[in-house]
Design a protein around this ligand. Structure first.
Ligand code: MIG
Length: 746
């Protein structure tokens, strides 16, 4: 397609290359981040993931070799060949990622005649032939390569041998390994090699495809029919470097309010104010710590966004302020669909100002969602986002503390939105087809801006759909899972890969959203949930209740034990969030992120780390009360029994229903809080340091947990040093009230 490489021109950090039939360019964004670009649709980057100019000055050297054009930075060597084949080498000229030049080998071919026949019985076909996308890169795989990332896709941790699509999708069927797409699109992955690592971000928000070696042992493919060939290569020594670079480019999760790391209780079906009050009271009576109650679409008047149903929720202001007295922060759901109804101000204003998307003939486009006939805000337009941001005032003025964006794939009941519905993409007209994967991103951004402007605390925005870069605005959850053991197992994989994909603040519906949970399942789920970034129990309307107390005393006692654990670990978890804000490195991570040379963890789907210090080996199977735990190199202490284990081995751990095996790395000084019912003013009273081992160092961060004062330096940073069992403290930064008491438990 590109033809022969003819000539090139160096323009700063960018090399513009002319081929026989097309031009292309390679640009060093930094010495480690290389952009590969060829215009197919427009000659702009059209990135909505990357904001601002991310280039960092670096020197590049360009020279011709016999067949290649060689571009060198301080960290990478790029060779460009005819047909715009691009190879990456490290600085010692060791190959890191090469374009595959062999023949494609389709998995199978089903002749049309047979296909029809098989289809009658309901068989479906994933791929018939090696797909050749207009825009694509086919890259070599080495025997030992493993692949991570791609957001919260189903399946296993290592994405090698699997195939995915990026097309934000709300599919009500139980999420299966065979699902190619879910609600989120994060076209970024990390390839870990036997001796090296790299990342690629295919910044194309159209529908994109990732065949990660399913078609062949020898290569993987990513591609699209639309948009541009526009991808970034990240060089580094460790997986953590790659995440740092990717989140440097697309942005990082900002530090959230401390209470948002507490426990959240939700369900679809809290139909009345009385019910919400009952939940709030029962929680306190049973001493289950809880910081937030979420109101699903039930609170609205006929599912109209930014309205309140005054028949069932008589006095929302009163309710919210009473709940506040009890320590609860209320989060409300908001969908994008605006009900078509004369006299409904959100609809009327949007129509008057031309804020809703139009069909190809220019009529306002109508589909159905919860309120019935609905129209869809054109979030790609700045004025629309500003308008939507302003709508948040309706909630904020009532005391709402967080907004949960749902249905923003966008989901619709009367078939999907047609490709040609007209959407705006900032400064130009676009289509649904091109903007689909950005819809949730832009909605979350609008919501974030609204909360930031009108609430002024750190915005708490939850989104179901997103694109790369959405981590700057929102956290997420994995959508409509079900009360299935398989979905508990899946949650570990999803949270690990989300974290590696720069979208670290994630949770799953604890207990399962669809179908009905059991005592045992919810017990094992809360054990994983309490160590997940976002900790929320949520369930579907029409399904059995699953609040902590509905399964009897024993289950509730265990449930409480793990919510208590969460509240004890809060200062540690908050520290990991601070690290994420600074580096992108996630709280919830697979072992491979920390032990990337260890073959035993490259495919580990059932253990995870919480920050650098805690290793968790949850029970994910029904009826199981003991499990094999792999402890990587180093020493490890059993969190509960304090028993010491040498690492680099498997141990058998008894795990009765009330136990979630958790191990602390030797040399850890773990900051903890006393258990409390909710995060309150007294959070700065006491810190309890638990030490594991004789020697260690730990940096602990403390601020007011609510606003942006920390950005002006209003925070403390403590350095704790443990030497031969003696603990000393230094203040690395001191500009916030200090703990009244620090207790040490050796
Ligand atoms: O069509 O608002 O994923 O969490 O409870 C269902 C009702 C719409 C889907 C969300 C779920 C939420 C539900 N919503």
């Amino acid at each position: 397609m590109f033809g022969k490489l003819l000539e090139y021109r160096v323009n700063g950090q960018k090399v513009e290359i002319t081929f026989e039939n097309k031009t292309a360019c390679i640009e060093a964004i930094t010495s480690k981040i290389i952009n590969v670009f060829a215009a197919f649709q427009s000659d702009r980057h059209d990135s909505r993931a990357i904001e601002g100019d991310k280039r960092i000055p670096c020197s590049i050297q360009v020279e011709r070799e016999e067949e290649a054009l060689v571009i060198k930075t301080e960290d990478v060597i790029v060779r460009v060949y005819d047909e715009f084949k691009v190879d990456f080498y490290d600085i010692n000229d060791k190959p890191i990622s090469l374009e595959y030049r062999g023949k494609r080998t389709p998995l199978y071919h089903v002749p049309e005649s047979i296909k029809k026949f098989l289809q009658q019985e309901g068989h479906t076909f994933d791929i018939n032939e090696a797909e050749n996308f207009k825009i694509q890169s086919v890259r070599t795989l080495d025997k030992k390569d493993t692949i991570y990332g791609l957001g919260d896709k189903t399946g296993v941790l290592n994405k090698r041998y699997y195939e995915y699509e990026m097309w934000n999708t709300d599919n009500p069927d139980p999420h299966e390994d065979s699902f190619k797409a879910l609600y989120k699109s994060i076209p970024f992955f990390i390839t870990l090699k036997e001796d090296g690592v790299y990342g690629i971000f295919f910044d194309n928000h159209n529908k994109t495809y990732f065949n990660m070696g399913k078609e062949s042992e020898d290569y993987y493919v990513f591609g699209s029919e639309d948009g541009n060939l526009d991808y970034y290569f990240f060089a580094g020594e460790h997986m953590t470097d790659i995440i740092e670079e990717y989140t440097y480019l697309t942005g990082r999760m900002p530090l959230p309010q401390l209470w948002t790391l507490g426990y959240h209780q939700s369900r679809w079906g809290y139909e009345t104010e009385e019910e919400v009050r009952r939940i709030a009271t029962t929680m306190r009576e049973n001493r289950i710590p809880c910081d937030s109650i979420h109101l699903d679409i039930d609170y609205m008047d006929h599912y109209k966004v930014f309205t309140w149903n005054k028949e069932t929720y008589e006095n929302p202001e009163q309710l919210i302020s009473d709940l506040k007295e009890m320590g609860y922060k209320v989060v409300t759901i908001i969908d994008p669909g605006v009900k078509v109804e004369e006299g409904y101000s959100v609809y009327e204003e949007g129509i008057k100002k031309d804020y809703f998307v139009r069909d190809k003939d220019g009529e306002v486009y109508v589909n159905q969602v919860w309120p019935g006939d609905s129209v869809f805000p054109d979030f790609g337009k700045k004025e629309v986002r500003e308008w939507w941001a302003e709508q948040q005032k309706f909630l904020i003025n009532k005391g709402v503390r967080g907004v949960w964006n749902d249905m923003n794939e966008p989901a619709s009941f009367k078939g999907p939105l047609p490709d040609d519905v007209q959407f705006t993409d900032e400064d130009h007209m676009s289509t649904h087809k091109e903007m689909h994967n950005l819809y949730g991103h832009n909605m979350a951004k609008a919501t974030f801006e609204g909360l930031k402007k009108y609430d002024q605390r750190r915005p708490f925005v939850i989104t179901r759909a997103c694109y790369s870069g959405s981590q700057k605005y929102a956290l997420g959850w994995t959508g409509d899972n079900q009360s299935l053991w398989g979905h508990l197992r899946l949650s570990v994989v999803q949270l690990c890969n989300s974290g590696l994909s720069g979208f670290p603040f994630m949770g799953t519906d604890i207990g399962g959203f669809g179908s009905d949970t059991t005592k045992e399942l919810i017990t094992r789920w809360v054990q994983v949930g309490c160590l997940s970034p976002f900790f929320r129990n949520h369930c579907a309307k029409g399904r059995a209740d699953q609040e902590p107390w509905v399964f009897g005393q024993e289950t509730m006692d265990i449930y409480r034990k793990f919510v208590n654990l969460r509240y004890q670990l809060l200062p540690y978890l908050y520290d990991t969030f601070r690290i994420t804000e600074q580096t992108g490195i996630p709280m919830f991570r697979p072992l491979v992120l920390q032990y990337e040379k260890d073959e035993k963890v490259k495919n580990m789907n059932d253990q995870f780390m919480v920050g650098e210090h805690l290793l968790v080996a949850p029970v994910l199977e029904q009826g199981v009360t003991a499990r094999l735990v792999y402890l990587p190199e180093g020493g490890w202490y059993d969190y509960e029994t304090k028993e010491y284990h040498e690492g680099n081995r498997y141990i058998m751990k008894e795990a009765p229903l009330d136990c979630c095996p958790m191990f602390v790395k030797a040399g850890t000084i773990l900051p903890t809080f006393p258990v409390r019912d909710f995060i309150s003013e007294d959070k700065d009273e006491m810190l309890i340091l638990k030490t594991f081992g004789e020697n260690g160092r730990y940096v602990h961060y403390q601020d007011n947990g609510e606003d942006f004062a920390y950005k002006d330096g209003e925070y403390n940073e403590y350095e704790f040093i443990l030497e031969e069992g003696v603990l000393t403290t230094n203040m690395l930064h001191r500009n916030y009230k200090q703990y009244q008491k620090i207790e040490v438990v050796l």
